[in-house]
Write a protein that binds this ligand. Structure first.
Ligand code: GDP
Ligand code: MN
Length: 394
């Protein structure tokens, strides 16, 4: 689950990391009021940032500075009217603008290959790390945190030296690097990224001071671990959630959108993967991964059908059910019910074996469904039907 920058910053702040203060505004007037407060408390300018769950907001014009409340209102109005990568901006973060001396990249990921939290740092801050990885992979430095000992100070110091940090910033960097690992562990995140981590200049009573601050934050939470963190569930941004994902979650359906034209409805993750492989082998491409889970009732089958048909690329549907706890006749009833209500007619091939398969076969026969005895046959029929449907439409 992706969360907004403002929420990611709260998680970092909770681990004691240096994050500048901020407010979230949904209207230009709210942005103006927030700007007034920060400017009255000594900020020279404020920064206004689109809160959308995509990167590269700066490049897209979604990060701007303003020098007065009136300007903040005007800039916020412009950003709130934007779409970034197709997503309408519904809220902005407002905070005191930092005076940046230098930007760095610092990120922690859960590396499945080494099965450890890996910290990555680069002196090329502010640039998307994927671009750095492509152009100059040697500019990214990595260390692995030990599963039991965590990230050790010397490891963090090595990372700091590698990106050219020394002197007074060294201690802060070690704290921040360890804080990223702590944020990962405390929230079961699979990504915690600070880009830029910046040396900022502040003027105090004794002149200028420079220190490190986390100016941006990106956190991705492990969906499978969310039940362990009921408090994090409220950070889900319903503004930006794909309605299909919300519906799938509501009905306990595992659903992943893919690029092909064969909609797949299967029970069990392993069987769903196998079904997708066989669709490929039959010369087609699956439009989705969909596991209706064990013991699915008619309403869940109907919901799965709606999810599949909501994808305009779908030209045929392959239903593959291996009845165990799931009863074949329940699925057949769900399919019949769903077809009676669906808005779009798409060829469908159904294979149901196992529990109550005979009853399912009878129901499907009476409702004139296309059925198949084996999975190979079902896949071949679905791929052929999709081909014809495409030809007809072209
Ligand atoms: P992203 O483009 O979505 O990653 O958004 P960021 O929050 O990283 O902002 C993009 C860029 O805007 C940063 O790399 C900075 O150069 C600049 N920026 C962000 N916050 C500030 C700030 O407080 N002060 C100044 N001067 N620049 C900022
Ligand atoms: Mn950034």
């Amino acid at each position: 689950m992706k969360i907004q920058e403002a929420d990611a910053k709260s998680l970092l702040a909770a681990q004691g990391l240096p994050v500048p203060p901020w407010a979230v505004a949904r209207t230009p007037a709210e942005a103006r009021a927030a700007a007034e407060r920060f400017l009255a408390h000594g900020a020279g300018r404020v920064v206004i940032k689109a809160q959308v769950l995509v990167g590269g907001r700066g490049k897209a014009g979604g990060v701007k500075l303003a020098g007065s409340p009136a300007e903040a209102e005007e800039v916020a109005g412009r950003i709130l009217g934007m779409e970034i990568k197709g997503i309408p901006v519904r809220k902005v973060l407002v905070g005191p603008a930092a005076v940046i001396v230098k930007e760095f990249y610092l990120g922690a990921i859960l590396d499945r290959a080494s099965r450890r939290i890996v910290l990555m740092a680069s002196a090329e801050g502010g640039v998307e790390i994927e671009e750095v990885a492509k152009a100059t992979p040697e500019a990214i430095h990595r260390v692995e945190a030990h599963p039991l000992l965590g990230l050790l100070d010397w490891q963090a110091r090595e990372l700091a030296f590698a990106v050219g940090l020394a002197g007074p910033h060294l201690r802060d960097f070690v704290k921040i690097a360890k804080g990223l690992v702590a944020t990962m562990r405390a929230n079961d995140a699979d990504l915690v990224e600070v880009n830029p981590l910046a040396i900022i200049r502040e003027s105090g009573p004794e002149g200028h001071v420079e220190r490190l601050a986390c100016l941006d934050a990106k956190v991705t939470l492990d969906d499978s671990a969310l039940p362990r963190h009921p408090d994090l569930e409220k950070l889900r941004d319903l503004d930006e959630e794909d309605p299909a994902d919300a519906e799938a979650r509501h009905y306990d359906i595992s659903f992943i959108h893919l690029d092909g034209s064969i909609g797949c409805m299967v029970n069990g993750a392993g069987l769903a993967m196998t079904t997708m492989d066989l669709v490929n082998r039959a010369g087609g491409a699956p439009a989705n991964f969909l596991d209706i889970g064990g013991g699915a009732k008619a309403d869940r089958v109907s919901a799965a059908m709606r999810l599949i048909l909501a994808d305009p690329k779908v030209r045929a549907i392959l239903v593959n059910i291996f009845g165990g706890i799931t009863r074949g006749d329940e699925v057949a009833r769900g399919l019949i019910d769903a077809r009676a209500r669906q808005e779009r007619e798409v060829p469908m091939v159904v294979r149901i074996v196992g529990t109550n398969a005979e009853e399912a076969a009878r129901l499907l026969r009476e409702a004139a469904f296309e059925t198949a005895a084996t999975l190979d046959e079902a896949a071949a029929k679905a791929v052929a039907a999709a081909g014809q449907a495409t030809g007809g439409a072209a």
